[in-house]
Write a protein that binds this ligand. Structure first.
Ligand code: NAP
Length: 267
């Protein structure tokens, strides 16, 4: 009989770490991993209640999870968090780096970039992923397998430079481009035992207006320019992430998967 790649329990017996797990996408990824049998360590920086609510949802479905504080810009915090996951559950075999700085200071035109602010953004999104990958490498080698999924992002299509969704800010694109390069080069460095890929979300449903002060007209324009004519959902990002982290994605490494409603067509 042919192997059934997705039995809905693809992560039974595996330990997974999710950074930014109090956030929209990290929360959806953590819950999906828990539903599929992983024991999940959820890292949050300030969103304790949201991370804890995700733990409770995983437990309510019979899964195992815990949440603990994790600041990916602090080497000590990264070490303590990963040590906690090891002590509780054993070696980490799946790492999903969703932690990302979302700050209006990063959504400026190129001339207004303050290098100190850009350094902060890089420190979270790029160096934070570097620190996490370094911290779990020995676990994955000890386990004889591992899968890492980093979070890049769409650059937009640049049609309207005043629309922050159509024309994603230069500093942010610089950062997410670095995540792509890190993903591809790390994949070579860690092969053959550990696979490294990235998700590049397009515009995903969130409280864009309330949380990020985005003009509703800009949202409408962005949706109109998306071939699938809607935003994605956190659950769709989670599904794509789980595929890359699962054995079904076992021959994929060093790739960036666009989950963007057709915004960027490659091929
Ligand atoms: N949503 C989209 O449309 C979209 C599109 C493209 C790319 N992305 C990327 O997808 C990822 C997740 O985004 P999201 O939409 O889920 O945003 P979100 O809800 O704001 O989640 C991001 C999380 O990152 C965490 N974080 C920030 N700085 C941190 C640090 N120093 N250490 C540890 N955690 C830190 C935050 O933790 P606390 O809340 O606990 O402080 C936050 O919960 C990000 O990398 C983002 O750039 C999102």
């Amino acid at each position: 009989m042919e192997k059934l790649w997705n039995d809905g329990r693809r992560f039974v017996g595996r330990v997974a770490v999710v950074t930014g797990a109090g956030g929209a996408l990290g929360g959806a990824v953590a819950r999906a991993l828990g539903r599929e049998g992983a024991r999940v360590a959820l890292g949050y920086r300030t969103s304790r209640d949201s991370a804890q609510a995700n733990v409770e949802r995983i437990e309510a479905e019979g899964g195992e999870a815990f949440a603990a504080v994790l600041d990916v810009t602090e080497g000590g915090s990264v070490r303590d968090f990963v040590a906690g996951a090891l002590e509780r559950y054993g070696p980490v075999e799946v790492l999903v780096n969703t932690a990302g700085r979302i700050d209006p200071k990063d959504y400026v035109r190129s001339q207004q970039i303050d290098p100190r602010e850009l350094a902060q953004l890089l420190n979270v999104d790029v160096l934070g992923s570097v620190r996490m990958c370094q911290a779990v490498r020995a676990h994955m080698e000890a386990a004889g397998r591992g899968a890492i999924v980093n979070f890049s992002g769409s650059y937009g299509n640049g049609v309207d430079p005043e629309n922050l969704i159509n024309s994603v800010a230069v500093g942010y694109c610089t950062t997410k481009g670095a995540v792509r390069a890190f993903t591809a080069s790390l994949a070579r460095d860690l092969a053959p035992l550990i696979r490294v890929n990235a998700i590049s979300p397009g515009a995903i449903e969130a409280n864009w207006e309330a949380d990020w002060d985005i003009d509703p007209a800009q949202l409408e324009q962005a949706v109109a320019m998306t071939p699938l004519k809607r935003m994605g959902t956190p659950e769709e990002i989670a599904e794509a992430t789980l595929f890359l982290a699962s054995d079904g994605g076992g021959y994929i490494t060093g790739q960036v998967l666009q989950v963007d409603g057709g915004w960027l067509m490659t091929g």
